[in-house]
Design a protein around this ligand. Structure first.
Ligand SMILES: *Cc1c(COP(=O)(O)O)cnc(C)c1O
Length: 506
C-alpha cells in the first residue's frame, strides 16, 4: 500500500475509534458475530471485497462479474436447501440481498403483489389488506414488512415451550392470506417450525409459504448426525415457495449478504421493481436498493468458494459439538433450563419454572454476571401473547465454530454466574410507572419528551447524550412494565442519542 503519513494517521484514528467495540473474534460475543475461527478467510474476504470496491452492483450489464458471482452464490445456496431439484422438477431461482431483513421484506412484497394480482385477475372482492400468518416467534423483520407494505400480520401463539401447533397455523388460513411464514429455526428459541405439516396444506389452498432460514439455512443442512434427525424444512417440502438464508450468518461472510430463493420465476419477478416513468435511465431493481456495493457479494462468493461443502460441514460439526456441550452444561445448572427443543446452534435459557423459587436463576441477572467473566450473552424480553401463555424473559446464545475453543471457560462462567445470582428474584419495576406516570401511558413520544424520561431514569448522559448502563437486566425489566409503543419510543431515543453523541467524537 502507498506509504503516506496522512493515510497512516487516518487509519490509526480508525483503530482508536474501534477501541470500545466488542471483540468480533474469539467467541466472546454470543450474538451478532459468526466467527469460523479461520484467519485466512478474513484475509480472503477482505481482498475479494477490495477487488470489486469500485463497481456498482446496480447494473450487471455494465459489470457482468456481479451477475456471475450472484449466480454462483445462489446455485451453491440452492444446492444446500434442495432448491436444485424441487418437487416440481424445476430449479429454484434467487436473489442476493443486503441481509436477512431485506430478504424477508422482499418475500413479503412478492407474496403481497402476487396475492393482489390473483385477486384482480379473478375479480374476487379483495376484502381488506392481505394477511401474513406467522408464529409469534417469527423474526421482527416480518413486523417491519407489515409496517412497510401495508399488510396485516396475523400472529399465532406458541406454547410454553415456544412451539407452534401446525393446526393453529392452518386454522388461520383464509382468502386474505397472502403468505405463511415459518422459521428454520426461529431466532428467539431455535424452534424448527412445522414446515412439512403446514406447507402442503397451504399449497393446496393456493397460499405461498416462506421459510425463514436466515439463521439456519447455511448450517442446518449439516446439522443432522446419528440419532439427531432434523425434520424436512426446505424445498424438499412441496408448497415451500420461498426461502431466505443469510450468507453473513452461518455462511461466514462479512455483513451485507443474504440469499433469497424462490420456487417460481414469477414470484422472484414480483419481488423486484422496474419503472421507465421518469426521464432518467430505465430503473430495473431486482432487490430494494438502487446503486449497491458489490463488496459483500464478492466477499460472500469468495468465502463459499474457499469453504465448499466440506468446509461448511466441518465448521457445522464443531458448532454442533459446542452447542451440545453448552446445552448439557446449562441443563445441569440448578435453577435454569434451556427453552423447548432447539434445532441448530442457538439456545434460549430461562429460569426453571419447576424448581423451588429460592433456587431459581433469573436469566437476565445471570447474563449480566456472565458478562463479568468476559462473555456477552443476549437478553430477550418476555412476551404477553394473545391466545397463548405468557412467555417469560430469556437469555439467548448464538453458538459459532469458535465457541468450541472457549467452551470449557464459557461453561465455567455460566455455572459461576448462576451460583452468584441463584435465589435473587428478578428485578421488579412494576411500581415505576406510578412514580413516573409518563412511563405508564401508551403512545409514541417526541424526541425531547422521550429524552426527559430517559434522564429521569438515569439513562440520559450529559449534553443531551445518552448513557448505556453496564447492567442490562434493569433496562429489560423496565421494558416489561411499560406499554410497547412507549418502550419503542424510549429505545429509539436512547439509540439515536448514542449515535448523535458519537458524531463529534474521535
Ligand atoms: C438474523 C435473522 C433475520 C434478519 O436478518 P438481518 O441479517 O439481521 O437483517 C431474519 N430472520 C431470522 C430467523 C434471523 O435469524
Amino acid at each position: 500500500m502507498t506509504e503516506s503519513p496522512r493515510i497512516d494517521a487516518i487509519l490509526a484514528r480508525l483503530e482508536r475509534l474501534r477501541a470500545d467495540d466488542a471483540p468480533t473474534h474469539g467467541g466472546r460475543v454470543l450474538s451478532y458475530v459468526y466467527d469460523p475461527g479461520l484467519a485466512e478467510l478474513d484475509e480472503l474476504a477482505r481482498r475479494a471485497a477490495a477487488a470489486v470496491q469500485s463497481l456498482n452492483g446496480l447494473d450487471p450489464t455494465t459489470f457482468p462479474s456481479v451477475a456471475r458471482m450472484e449466480q454462483r452464490l445462489i446455485d451453491f445456496a440452492a444446492g444446500l436447501v434442495h432448491g436444485d431439484r424441487l418437487p416440481s422438477g424445476e430449479r429454484a431461482v434467487g436473489l442476493v440481498t443486503s441481509g436477512g431483513t431485506e430478504s424477508c421484506l422482499l418475500a413479503v412484497k412478492s407474496a403481497r403483489d402476487r396475492w393482489r394480482a390473483a385477486r384482480a385477475a379473478t375479480s374476487d372482492a379483495a376484502t381488506g389488506n392481505p394477511v401474513v400468518v406467522a408464529p409469534v416467534t417469527a423474526h421482527a423483520a416480518f413486523h417491519k414488512a407489515a409496517a412497510y407494505f401495508d399488510v396485516e400480520l396475523d400472529l399465532v401463539p406458541v406454547d410454553g415451550h415456544g412451539a407452534v401447533d401446525p393446526q393453529e397455523v392452518i386454522g388461520r388460513l383464509s382468502e386474505r392470506t397472502a403468505l405463511v411464514v415459518l422459521s428454520a429455526p426461529n431466532y428467539p428459541f431455535a424452534g424448527l417450525d412445522p414446515v412439512a405439516t403446514v406447507a402442503p396444506v397451504a399449497a393446496a389452498r393456493g397460499v405461498a409459504v416462506h421459510v425463514d432460514a436466515c439463521i439456519g439455512g447455511w448450517v442446518l443442512p449439516f446439522w443432522e448426525s446419528g440419532a439427531d434427525a432434523v425434520a424436512p424444512w426446505d424445498f424438499r417440502v412441496a408448497g415451500v415457495t420461498s426461502l431466505s438464508m443469510d450468507a453473513h450468518k452461518y455462511g461466514y461472510a462479512p455483513k451485507g449478504a443474504s440469499v433469497l430463493l424462490f420456487a417460481n420465476r414469477d414470484a422472484k419477478r414480483a419481488a423486484g421493481f422496474a419503472t421507465t416513468a421518469w426521464p432518467g435511465y430505465p430503473v430495473v431493481n431486482p432487490t430494494m436498493l438502487g446503486s449497491r456495493s458489490a463488496t459483500s457479494l464478492a466477499a460472500a462468493w469468495a468465502v463459499v468458494e474457499y469453504l465448499g461443502t466440506e468446509g461448511f460441514a466441518e465448521l457445522a460439526a464443531r458448532t454442533r459439538d459446542a452447542t451440545r456441550r453448552l446445552r448439557d452444561r446449562i441443563d445441569g445448572i440448578g435453577g435454569l433450563e434451556v427453552v423447548g427443543d432447539p434445532t441448530g446452534p442457538l439456545l434460549a435459557v430461562r429460569a426453571d419454572p419447576a424448581g423451588p423459587e429460592p433456587d431459581r436463576v433469573d436469566p437476565h441477572l445471570w447474563a449480566d454476571r456472565v458478562r463479568e467473566h468476559g462473555f456477552v450473552l443476549q437478553p430477550q424480553p418476555g412476551l404477553r401473547q394473545t391466545g397463548g401463555p405468557e412467555l417469560g424473559h430469556t437469555t439467548h446464545l448464538t453458538v459459532t465454530p469458535v465457541t468450541h475453543g472457549v467452551v470449557d471457560e464459557l461453561c465455567a462462567a455460566l455455572g459461576a454466574a448462576a451460583d452468584a445470582v441463584r435465589g435473587t428474584p428478578p428485578i421488579d419495576l412494576s411500581e415505576l410507572p406510578t412514580a413516573i406516570p409518563a412511563l405508564g401511558e401508551p403512545g409514541r413520544l417526541g424526541s425531547d419528551a422521550a429524552q426527559e424520561i430517559l434522564v429521569s431514569l438515569g439513562l440520559g448522559g450529559g449534553e443531551g447524550a445518552a448513557a448505556l448502563p453496564e447492567q442490562l437486566a434493569p433496562v429489560m425489566a423496565l421494558l416489561d412494565v411499560i406499554p410497547g409503543d412507549r418502550a419503542e419510543s424510549l429505545l429509539s431515543e436512547l439509540l439515536a442519542r448514542l449515535n448523535e453523541a458519537g458524531t463529534g467524537a474521535d
